[in-house]
Design a protein around this ligand. Structure first.
Ligand code: AMP
Ligand code: ZN
Length: 468
């Protein structure tokens, strides 16, 4: 049975979608004010793992990820550069879409942008005012009265009865701490500091608060109640807490059934973040010559609710793990029936069951990967001892293919073609060996190695692989 840890109840709960086998999934997307760092990608890769596992289990997933293209930070930094908000955010939007492709993250069904949904945000704000839950402050902005929402604080585990005296005040900025838990801005009346970023609407000239953006876009595309909402743990308060207050205050219905939040990617024990300056963008890491697939593997291979310390040794270890998986695939592709070959169906079924059992337990990826690597070890033994038949090898590849619909890191393509000049060099070495000119043959081998091709002499003949 599939279970998830629900931030709302702080318990592991069996997963039952609202509508049969269809899952509505919303994940908070990027704020377009910088090139995302790999900490951000830990959040998006966690959602990708969740979504891929739901698909593996036979669910249909409707995934919406918003794009925040107007908020305090985007306005502030576009002004610093002296360019329009649109020009500024478009740069980072392009980078984001390139990066998710590079990281083999499955695309969402839709990426709604905040600036295209002002009408919906105004409608929610107006409805909340009509209900007496929101009010206009003396600065002309519209605030949510948190005292009017019974469950305020439930998601973030804040006891509102213990809020300090100043808690009857208001907070206009998008981000603030639990200590500043107060009425928050749904709509920010125009302020000169916003320059030319404003909309003329029936609730006045201004712009939306960040939190109402996600209420409006999630409910528009997934309905008033939907299954899963994800984000990094920093979003629990105030962002997701305020989304619940806005959405449930408006509809009177439960907003989201399961809230899932990922932990930090750390650097030397500290959260990777732009403000601390200890971050690497995806581009930074790729420029150092590391393959994207190793970054993906590293970011997904620790349980999403555990902190993960980023190191370059970690990337090298990830590279080695992927290498072991791909090497087994190559060997399985070469298996031929022999005298000692036996069917190993049961072993494959056991590995599959262990993988599922671990992933069903709140996506316990470390245990799931342990099951996969036990399988790798055992298959390598079978291959080395010729105790696997062709049919089982095909079944083993099929199992790995299924696992990889979840991991997205393996390579099943039959061996790629080498450029002719390299093939010629391999042939030349073979001929030299046949003529017992071993020293010369070794020279050709070394030359190939310099060109990034490693040769292995196996009982089936010479094999090559690309190395860095
Ligand atoms: P932002 O673009 O700043 O709104 O962040 C996008 C997502 O990345 C949010 O879900 C954050 O919680 C998440 N995030 C930011 N920094 C980290 C980090 N160091 N580790 C894991 N997730 C992070
Ligand atoms: Zn959001």
């Amino acid at each position: 049975m599939l279970t998830f840890h629900n931030t709302l109840t702080r318990k592991n709960e069996p997963f039952k979608p609202l509508k049969g086998k269809t899952v509505g999934l919303y994940s908070c997307g990027p704020t377009l004010y910088n090139y995302p760092h790999i900490g951000n990608y830990r959040a998006y890769i966690f959602v990708d793992l969740l979504k891929r596992y739901l698909l593996y289990k036979g669910y249909k997933v409707k995934h919406i990820m918003n794009i925040t293209d107007v908020d305090d930070k985007t306005i502030r930094d576009s002004q610093k550069e002296g360019i329009s908000l649109k020009e500024f955010t478009t740069r980072y939007e392009k980078a984001f879409f390139e990066d998710i492709k590079t990281l083999n993250i499955l695309p969402a069904d839709k990426y709604p942008k905040a600036t295209n949904h002002i009408k919906e945000m105004v409608a929610i704000t107006k409805a909340l005012m009509r209900k007496g839950i929101a009010y206009k402050g003396d600065d002309g902005s519209i605030y949510y009265d948190i005292g009017k929402f019974k469950d305020y604080g439930k998601l973030a585990n804040i006891d509102t009865s213990k809020l300090k005296a100043g808690a009857s005040g208001r907070v206009k900025k998008d981000e603030y701490s639990k200590e500043d838990c107060q009425d928050f801005a749904l709509w920010k009346a125009y302020d000169k500091a916003d320059g030319n970023v404003f909309w003329e609407t029936s609730i006045g000239r201004g712009r939306p608060g960040w939190h109402v953006e996600c209420s409006a876009m999630s409910m528009k595309y997934l309905g008033k109640t939907f299954d899963i909402h994800c984000g990094g743990i920093d979003l629990i308060f105030p962002h997701n807490q305020n989304e619940i207050a806005q959405s449930e205050g408006w509809t009177g219905k439960p907003f989201v059934k399961y809230w899932l939040h990922n932990e930090w990617l750390l650097v030397n024990g500290q959260k990777m973040s732009k403000s601390l300056g200890n971050f690497y963008t995806l581009r930074d890491v790729l420029a150092k010559g590391h393959p994207a697939v190793a970054i993906r593997y590293l970011l997904l291979s620790t349980h999403y609710r555990q902190q993960l310390n980023f190191t370059f040794e970690g990337i090298d270890a990830a590279k080695a793990s992927i290498g072991r998986l791909n090497e087994l695939v190559r060997k399985l592709q070469d298996v031929k029936d022999g005298e000692k070959s036996v069917l190993i169906k049961k072993e494959i079924a056991a590995a599959e069951a262990a993988f599922k059992k671990a992933m069903d337990d709140d996506l316990n990826i470390s245990e799931a990967l342990a099951a996969v690597f036990d399988f790798v070890k055992s298959m390598n033994n079978h291959i080395d001892n010729s105790t696997i038949d062709k049919k089982s090898a095909v079944a083993a590849i099929d199992f790995l293919k299924n696992v990889d619909t979840v991991l997205g890191v393996m390579n099943f393509a039959a061996e790629e073609e080498l450029p002719t000049e390299l093939t010629k060099l391999i042939e030349e070495r073979e001929n030299l060996r046949k003529e017992k000119k071993f020293a010369e043959a070794d020279k050709v081998r070394a030359k190939l190695r310099e060109l990034g091709i490693q040769l292995d002499d196996t009982p089936e003949g010479v094999r090559w692989k690309k190395v860095s």
